[in-house]
Ligand binder design. Structure first.
Ligand code: PMP
Ligand code: GLU
Length: 397
């Protein structure tokens, strides 16, 4: 009987990965698609990190690593959190996993019981809602709008909390909106959360190094909530290491212990060579990271400059990450060559098949009026993609 479990049947496939695959399939057929769907730096991993990995292979890092991560890597993470973020942690408060995506699902599986409520401000990264479902959580979505730069307010958060709330998923800089919470905004959220001792705050900081507005701020800096914050980070975005699959949490020991126990049955820890390379990423030269950040800022400005010239497109100014998330609802209800554009899904499919640019429908992020456009692509491709976008939209009436 070909029947998957109820757990899997309820799960939606990742829209970001699906659009990326569709775009690659069209490219393989020889169609010149510009792929602005998946969120990953278009840069190669910096050379000094690659060298460290090559040396790790020669040094025979070919055996099972400690499940929570090599002590040297966990220490490097502790040092990074102190030096870059002013946060105090000890190595037993760090667990390394196979990417931040894996870190987040690990935490949810370790803290959520069936029916526990998980607060997720929308727009949210596609995987949060699905990972929470895998853990049998009940998602409580808070809608935020462009008028508030897509940030959740303390009042909205206070209203969403119930005795069943077990977790809050926060993301700053945000995927998909690029919003960056200021220190004051985070403090106001921390003050709302402080009296609710049952709530674990999962703070996804994977875009820390892609920030155009200044210093990165973490909600873990506030003593009234720190012992309930799970800080999530990794090397994928800041060091152009998506394929190395390495993420980590910094959290109370009861949570790092639980996560380590869980992955001891699942993965036996993150890949040894990737762990050693990540020590160099975290402790080595950050020049390439800064250069990439500069390039992303230039590209953000380039894309925003083009979007401003397109009628009906409303867009916030992302303070970080590498996405713009424009409201395209002015185009819903239009049609072209017998093709109706009812929603963000239809629009993205039209842009892909007819305009040859791959984007992701906002519905997958809990914001059906928008689409996500990644600007982690070359300046040249972005200029061409914006031209295609403008032309494709102009054909709709
Ligand atoms: N969080 C957010 C918001 C992301 O955009 C991503 C990118 N996939 C991740 C977590 C996971 O990153 P990774 O698993 O590559 O470390
Ligand atoms: N975070 C990226 C994105 O949102 C990578 C794809 C994924 O892991 O979902 O596109």
């Amino acid at each position: 009987m070909e029947q998957v479990s109820d757990r899997l049947a309820k799960l939606s496939a990742s829209a970001t990965i699906a659009m990326n695959q569709k775009s690659k399939d069209l490219q393989a057929e020889g169609i010149d698609v510009i792929n602005l769907s998946v969120g990953e730096p278009d840069f190669n991993t910096p050379d000094h990190i690659k060298q460290a990995a090559k040396k790790a292979i020669d040094d025979n890092y070919s055996f099972y690593p400690p499940v929570a991560g090599y002590p040297a890597l966990r220490q490097a993470i502790v040092d990074k959190l102190k030096k870059q973020n002013g946060l105090d942690y000890t190595p037993d408060q760090i667990t390394v996993s196979n990417g931040a995506k894996h870190s987040i699902v690990n935490v949810l599986l370790c803290i959520i019981n069936a029916g526990d409520e998980v607060i997720i401000p929308a727009p949210y990264w596609v995987s949060y809602a699905e990972q929470s479902k895998i853990a049998e959580g009940t998602n409580v979505i808070i809608d935020t709008g462009i008028e508030n730069d897509f940030k959740v307010t303390p009042e909205q958060l206070a209203q969403a909390i119930t005795p069943k709330t077990r977790a809050l998923l926060l993301c700053s800089p945000s995927n998909p909106t690029g919003s960056v919470y200021s220190k004051d905004e985070l403090e106001a959220l921390a003050n709302v959360l402080a009296p609710h001792e049952r709530i674990i705050i999962i703070s996804d900081e994977i875009y820390e190094h892609i920030n155009f507005v200044g210093k990165h701020e973490s909600i873990a800096q506030f003593p009234n909530v720190k012992d309930r914050v799970v800080l999530v980070n990794g090397v994928s975005k800041g060091y152009a290491m998506t394929g190395w699959r390495l993420g980590y949490i910094a959290a109370p020991v009861w949570i790092t212990k639980a996560v380590t126990k869980l992955q001891g049955q699942f993965t036996s820890g993150a890949t040894a060579v990737a762990q050693i390379a990540s020590i160099t990423a975290l402790t080595g030269d950050h020049g390439p990271t800064q250069e990439m950040n500069k390039a992303f800022k230039r590209r953000r400005d380039l894309v925003l400059g083009h979007l401003e010239t397109i009628d009906g497109v409303k867009c916030s100014v992302p303070g970080g990450a590498f996405y713009v998330f424009p409201d395209m609802s002015a185009y819903f209800g239009k049609s072209v060559e017998g093709r109706d554009i009812k929603d963000s899904g239809d629009l993205c499919m039209y842009l892909l098949e007819s305009g040859h640019i791959a984007t992701v429908p906002g519905a997958a992020f809990g914001a059906p009026d928008c689409i996500r456009i990644s600007f982690a692509n070359s300046d040249e491709n972005l200029v061409e993609a914006m031209k295609r976008l403008k032309n494709a939209l102009a054909r709709l009436s």
